[in-house]
Write a protein that binds this ligand. Structure first.
Ligand SMILES: CC1=C(CCC(=O)O)c2cc3nc(cc4[nH]c(cc5[nH]c(cc1n2)c(C)c5CCC(=O)O)c(CCC(=O)O)c4C)C(CCC(=O)O)=C3C
Ligand SMILES: [Fe+2]
Length: 359
C-alpha cells in the first residue's frame, strides 16, 4: 500500500498570549519568564504596565479578530479548513488547543505563528511550543509551521501605508518627520546565534533591518533609523540598542523636532506598543516639544489576513510564494523540528541575582 501523506485539515494561529484581567497578570508573567533570569523588579514594573490597562493585554482580542478576518478570506477563496487558536503563555494554551484539535479528529494541521521573524523568541520558541504540546497530548495531530513572513509584500505594504497614514496625522506646521523603525530588543548574545549555525548569525536583527529598508524604500526615504525597545533582563547583560526613548533624546539633541515611530517588529498593538511607545516614548517626545506620531501595526490591515491566506495556499500548492527580501528565510518545520541542528540556540540564561547580591 502506498503511504500518501494526509491532506492538511486545519490551521492553528499560535501566538504569545496575554492576560485578560488583573488576576491573570502575575501568573501570565510567571509563565513568560519561567527560568529566564528576569529580575523581580522588572516583573513588578511590567505588571504595573498591564495593570495600567486594567490587566488586559490587547493581544488576545487582536488575534481573535485576525482569525475572523482569515476565516472570511478562507471562505471567499474556497478554503475549507477550520482555524484554531493557541498561545504560549496564556489561555487558550497551545497544549489545550492541540488536545481539542485531536478530539475534533484533526490529523495534519498548518501553524501560523504570529511573529514575522527568525531568532530564538520569534521562531525557535514557537517550534518548542509545538513540540511541548505534542509531547503532552497523546495522539496529537501533525503540526507544520508556515514560513517566516518578514518580507512578505502584503506585510510590507501594510506597514508602508501605515507610515503614509501617520505622515498625514502630523500637525500641518510640523517639520518633515524623521522615520524611526522599532522592534523588540533581545540580548545581543541571542541575536548573534540567530539562524542556522553556518548562516552568519543575527538573523532577527538582519531581517528587521531588511524589513525597515524595504518599507523605507517603498516610501522613497533613504535616511531613517532602526532602534529597539522593551528590553528586560539584568542591566549587566547587553541587549540590542539604542533604546527608543534614549533615541528620542538623541534626535532632540540633533535638532529633530518631528518623528514617526514605526513598530515594524510588532504585528499588532500589544502591550509593548501601547505602553513603551504610546506612553513612554510619546511622553518623552512631548516633554521635548517634538511632534510624535506612532504608525499603526500591520495586523489589523486586511492585507495581513490576505497574507495568512496566501501562506496557507503556498502549502496547499495553490499559490506561489511572494517575498521581497534577500535575507535567508527559515521557520518551516514539522512537529517542532528546527530548521537546522542548533538553529537559534538560546543564550545561556544569567542566573537570578540573589537577594544578598542585590543588597
Ligand atoms: C523578539 C521578541 C518578540 C517579537 C516576536 C514575537 O512576537 O514573538 C516578543 C514579543 C512579545 N513579548 C511579549 C511580552 C513579554 N515579553 C517578555 C520578555 C521578553 N521578550 C523577548 C523578545 C521578544 N518578545 C525577550 C528576549 C524577553 C526576555 C525574556 C525571554 O528571554 O523570554 C516579557 C517578560 C517581562 C519583560 O521583561 O518585559 C513579556 C511580558 C508579548 C505580549 C505582549 C502583550 O501582552 O500584549 C509579545 C507579543
Ligand atoms: Fe517579549
Amino acid at each position: 500500500m502506498v503511504n500518501t501523506p494526509e491532506p492538511f485539515d486545519a490551521v492553528m494561529v499560535l501566538s504569545f498570549g496575554g492576560p485578560e484581567g488583573p488576576d491573570d497578570v502575575r501568573p501570565f508573567l510567571e509563565n513568560v519568564t519561567r527560568g529566564r533570569g528576569i529580575p523581580p523588579e522588572r516583573l513588578d514594573d511590567v505588571a504595573k504596565h498591564y495593570l495600567h490597562f486594567g490587566g488586559v493585554s490587547p493581544i488576545n482580542a487582536l488575534n481573535r479578530a485576525l482569525i475572523d478576518a482569515v476565516r472570511a478570506e478562507f471562505d471567499t477563496h474556497g478554503i475549507d479548513l477550520p482555524i484554531y487558536f493557541g498561545n504560549r503563555n496564556w489561555h487558550p494554551m497551545v497544549e489545550d488547543t492541540v488536545a481539542t484539535m485531536r478530539d475534533d479528529g484533526i490529523r495534519n494541521a498548518l501553524v501560523f505563528a504570529t511573529s514575522a521573524w527568525g531568532g530564538y523568541s520569534g521562531c525557535r520558541q514557537y517550534h518548542e511550543d509545538i513540540r511541548r504540546a505534542r509531547e503532552v497530548v497523546e495522539n496529537a495531530p501533525d503540526l507544520t509551521r508556515l514560513r517566516q513572513f518578514y518580507d512578505h509584500p502584503l506585510f510590507l505594504d501594510a506597514v508602508a501605508d501605515a507610515v503614509r497614514a501617520a505622515q498625514s496625522e502630523l500637525p500641518a506646521d510640523a517639520a518633515p518627520a524623521r522615520l524611526v523603525f522599532t522592534a523588540h530588543s533581545v540580548p545581543t548574545a541571542a541575536d548573534a546565534t540567530g539562524g542556522p549555525p553556518d548562516a552568519g548569525g543575527h538573523l532577527y536583527s538582519r531581517q528587521v533591518a531588511e524589513a525597515g529598508r524595504l518599507v523605507a524604500g517603498a516610501l522613497g526615504v533613504d535616511d531613517y533609523d532602526l532602534v529597539w525597545q522593551s528590553r528586560s533582563g539584568p542591566p549587566q547583560v547587553p541587549w540590542l540598542e539604542p533604546d527608543i526613548v534614549d533615541h528620542i533624546d538623541a534626535l532632540h539633541e540633533r535638532g529633530v523636532t518631528s518623528v514617526i515611530v514605526v513598530p515594524v517588529g510588532f504585528v499588532s498593538d500589544h502591550l509593548e506598543v501601547v505602553w513603551d511607545l504610546d506612553t513612554e516614548a510619546r511622553d518623552r517626545a512631548a516633554e521635548l516639544g517634538m511632534a510624535f506620531v506612532r504608525a499603526a501595526t500591520a495586523g489589523t490591515d486586511p492585507r495581513f489576513a490576505q497574507m495568512v491566506r496566501e501562506l496557507v495556499q503556498e502549502r496547499l500548492g495553490t499559490a506561489t510564494p511572494h517575498r521581497r527580501g534577500t535575507e535567508p528565510e527559515f521557520g518551516v518545520g514539522c512537529n517542532g523540528t528546527l530548521c537546522a541542528v542548533g538553529c537559534c540556540e538560546p543564550p545561556a540564561r544569567p542566573s537570578r541575582p540573589t537577594s544578598a547580591a542585590r543588597g
